[in-house]
Structures are given as structure tokens and as C-alpha cells.
Ligand binder design. Structure first.
Ligand code: LLP
Length: 430
């Protein structure tokens, strides 16, 4: 156990954000403010392509998406996972090549499927028999033959928060492997004149540290691939194992290790193929979101009040909260915090960093460690907020969403501007 009262571990903060004048950025762009280190994002993309091969990585855009991010991902040679028509639209608007997109969704609407087919999306991940009905009809009407990955739930536990565990039999996603359901789905795709079977997809969950769960998933999916080939005569060319690698939010969390993750997945694939005597190994693809962007950003807040309850907790209230980061409320997620002006000081004060929303549960960090004497007006930073923060932000309490900056070579640019009060009325019919 590390000493929670020690100064923040600088390794939690993306390098370019350590040398910045954050006070100046906060003064210019306001708070709350997301600040991303662009080189850090690029390094994470490169780390993945180095370990999985140049063309085998898709960025899961749900973790953080805007046009600048889409372009960055494209420049780094990644594919793009989109899970809705909205994510597809943003990707297309950033001129991301449709044939390098993968469309997900457990309940894709007809409109979303049409948009994907018309754009020429490279892979559609089939999630249900109802969807296959729709997809076959729409593809036939258009005279196109989309490439389809069949999403399967291998029935493994991912040892993560139950809300973000997706590979179990009880999951709302995909086709279960047991009882031949996934086999039937894959056979249907393989035999359809208007669909082409590209391969299988499995995503067992998110924020996963127990890599053994992936090994088990690979064994099951390769076993299924063998059955599919036996039943249809078609090879399963591609296995997409989704995303999910956990990142370090707290001092005592393990550091993400893409090399080890790649080793486990490749090893499992080699072993499973050897056991099944498969000579042409399927292509292995992954779809990371969090582990590309989480550590790339910090969120800056301004302290507005400090409430000390005699014999009770101390609240340090900031000018954001569950509207810019709902993860603590949704998943009980923990974060570290620090005062940039006092980054190397010990943090003996235990306080709850409260948001500004009208709920007692609106905490950014339930048990934060901060330097003594935190005062109104201090700038406070929460690191590792690059994933599922802005992308899940809301206008709760009519709070405008923050701006997002990308920083490179000491210079910042706005990639998403701060919402104005007038933006809050944009959809409101007078
Ligand atoms: N592929 C599929 C099909 C997914 O559903 C997801 C995440 C990913 C890839 C990327 O997983 P990642 O590498 O980011 O773990 N809002 C939650 C996380 C939800 C993840 C949903 N699916 C959170 O804030 O923890």
C-alpha cells in the first residue's frame, strides 16, 4: 500500500500536462476544463499498433470522440469503432474512411443500419437475430454485401464492475455460445447471399485487470470458430476481442500493460489454434477505448467553497461534478486529486471533493487526499479523466458542458468549445 498522504504520483499525469501553466489555461478557457496531452494519445495508439500489428487496432470512440480525436486516430493508423449512428456521423464528418469503421450496437435502428450500409462501413457487428433480419433485408434492397462480425458472449467473468461486464451468458449483448446459438447465427451469416462472414467478435467488459479472463474467452471463441468451419466450410478469418484493458486511476491500481495484454491474447490464440489443429490462424484485432485516452487528460476545477463539519467530513466543492464526470456516481469509480500549484506537497487532508449539483451523491472524489489548507479559489486537478468523462457528460442542472483542449509542444487548441448558456436553449422551442 502506498502512502495516501504522499504527494500525487506524477506518473498519473500525462507528461505534457506537468509543465503547463494550468492557471493561465483556466483563466483563459474557464473551468471545469478537460486538458489532453496529444502526444500521450498518439503514444498510446502507437503502443497498441506496435504490439498488435499495424492494421489490427480499432479505437473505441465511445471513450472520447470529437473530430480532432477522430483525425488523430486516423493519422495513427487505427480503425474506428462506432456504436451508434451519432458516433458514425461524427466519424464521417471528420472524413474517417468508412471502410475502416466497425459498427456496434445491441439494438441498431433501421436508420443506423441504412447509414452504415450507405456509407460503406467496413464491418457490422451483428448482435441479434432480429438485427440479422433487418440487415439482410436492407442489404438486399441496396444490392450490397456487408462484412459481418458475429458478436458472441463466451460466458466468462471479467472481474470488473457488473455494469460494464459484457461477456457473461446473462449479457444483453450478442449471441451466447452455449446451446449452439452463436453457431446458428454465424451459419446464417455464412450462408446468406447478402452477408459476408468476416469473423467473430467478443468484448467481455471494461476496466479489466485480470488478463486470464481474456485467455478463457479466446479458447471459447476459437472453439466456436472450429465448429463454424466444420458446419459451413467457411474459415473464420478475423477474431475481434474487443477492448477492456484496465488503467491506473489510483495510486495502488496496477499500471496498464499493453505488452503483457498482447502476449496473453496472442499466446491464448496460438495455444487454442494448436489444440484445434488450425493452421491458418485468424487475424487478431482489438478495440481499446479507455487505455488509449484515459491517462491522456486531466480535468481542472476551481474550488468554490470549503465546508468543515466539526467531527465530520470536510467538503471541498468544485465548479463541476457529475455532469462532467458521472463515473463516481455510476460505478463508484475512484480518482486521485492534486493542487497543481502545490503538486509536490504531501496531501494529509482527507476531504470529499463535491460537485455543484443538487445531489448529496454528486462527488468527484469521495475520499480525496489534498494538501492542508485548501482554499477557495484554488485550482484543483483530477488526473486520468480522458475516458468516459466528456463522452458521458450531461447538462444536468442546466450546467453547460466544459471545453476540451488538446496540448502539443506547449501550445493548446480548443477541440470542443465550452457550451454557452444560449447553447442550453438550442433545442428548446420558445
Ligand atoms: N468494444 C466494445 C464492443 C465495447 O462495448 C467497449 C466498451 C469497448 C470496445 C472499449 O472498452 P474499453 O477499452 O474502453 O474498456 N462507461 C464505462 C465504460 C463502458 C464501456 C462500454 N464498452 C466506464 O466509464 O467505465
Amino acid at each position: 500500500m502506498s502512502d495516501p498522504a504522499a504527494p500525487i504520483d506524477r506518473a498519473l499525469i500525462a507528461p505534457a500536462l506537468l509543465d503547463l501553466d494550468l492557471e493561465a489555461l483556466a483563466a483563459e478557457y474557464g473551468t471545469p476544463l478537460f486538458v489532453y496531452d496529444e502526444d500521450e494519445l498518439r503514444s498510446r495508439c502507437r503502443e497498441y499498433t506496435a504490439h498488435f500489428g499495424d492494421d489490427n487496432v480499432a479505437y473505441a470512440s465511445k471513450a472520447f470522440l470529437c473530430r480532432a480525436m477522430t483525425r488523430l486516430v486516423h493519422e495513427e493508423g487505427l480503425h474506428l469503432d462506432v456504436a451508434t449512428g451519432g458516433e458514425l456521423h461524427v466519424g464521417l464528418q471528420a472524413a474517417f474512411p468508412a471502410d475502416r469503421m466497425i459498427l456496434h450496437g445491441n439494438n441498431k435502428s433501421e436508420d443506423e443500419l441504412v447509414a452504415a450500409l450507405d456509407a460503406g462501413v467496413g464491418r457490422i457487428v451483428a448482435d441479434s437475430f432480429d438485427e440479422l433480419d433487418r440487415l439482410e433485408r436492407l442489404a438486399a434492397e441496396r444490392g450490397v454485401v456487408p462484412r459481418v462480425l458475429v458478436r458472441v458472449t463466451p460466458g466468462v467473468e471479467a472481474h470488473t464492475h457488473v455494469f460494464i461486464e459484457t461477456g457473461t451468458e446473462e449479457s444483453k449483448f450478442g449471441f451466447t455460445v452455449t446451446e449452439g446459438v452463436a453457431l446458428a447465427a454465424a451459419a446464417r451469416v455464412a450462408e446468406s447471399p447478402v452477408l459476408s462472414l468476416a469473423g467473430l467478435h467478443s468484448h467481455i467488459g471494461s476496466q479489466i485487470y485480470v488478463l486470464e479472463s481474456y485467455r478463457r474467452a479466446v479458447e471459447i471463441v476459437v472453439g466456436l470458430a472450429v465448429e463454424i468451419t466444420a458446419a459451413t466450410g467457411q474459415a473464420v478469418e478475423e477474431l475481434n476481442l474487443g477492448g477492456g484493458l484496465g488503467v491506473r486511476y489510483l495510486l495502488d491500481d496496477p499500471e496498464r500493460d499493453v505488452a503483457e495484454y498482447a502476449k496473453v491474447l496472442r499466446g491464448a490464440l496460438d495455444d487454442a489454434c494448436a489444440a484445434a489443429r488450425i493452421t491458418t490462424k485468424p487475424r487478431l484485432m482489438v478495440e481499446p477505448g479507455r487505455s488509449i485516452v484515459a491517462q491522456g487528460a486531466i480535468t481542472l476545477y476551481r474550488v468554490g467553497t470549503v465546508k468543515e463539519i466539526p467531527g465530520g467530513p470536510t467538503y471541498v466543492a468544485v465548479d463541476g461534478g457529475m455532469s462532467d464526470n458521472p463515473r463516481p456516481v455510476l460505478y463508484g469509480a475512484g480518482y486521485e486529486a492534486y493542487l497543481p500549484a502545490r503538486i509536490d506537497e504531501p496531501r494529509p487532508l482527507v476531504a470529499s471533493i463535491a460537485g455543484k449539483h443538487c445531489e448529496q451523491g454528486d462527488l468527484v472524489v469521495a475520499d480525496a487526499h489534498l494538501p492542508a489548507g485548501v482554499a477557495v479559489g484554488d485550482l484543483l486537478a483530477v488526473p486520468v479523466t480522458g475516458a468516459y468523462g466528456y463522452s458521458m457528460a450531461s447538462n444536468y442542472n442546466q450546467v453547460p458542458r466544459p471545453a476540451v483542449l488538446f496540448v502539443r509542444e506547449g501550445r493548446e487548441r480548443v477541440v470542443i468549445r465550452r457550451e454557452t448558456l444560449d447553447d442550453l436553449l438550442r433545442l428548446d422551442e420558445p
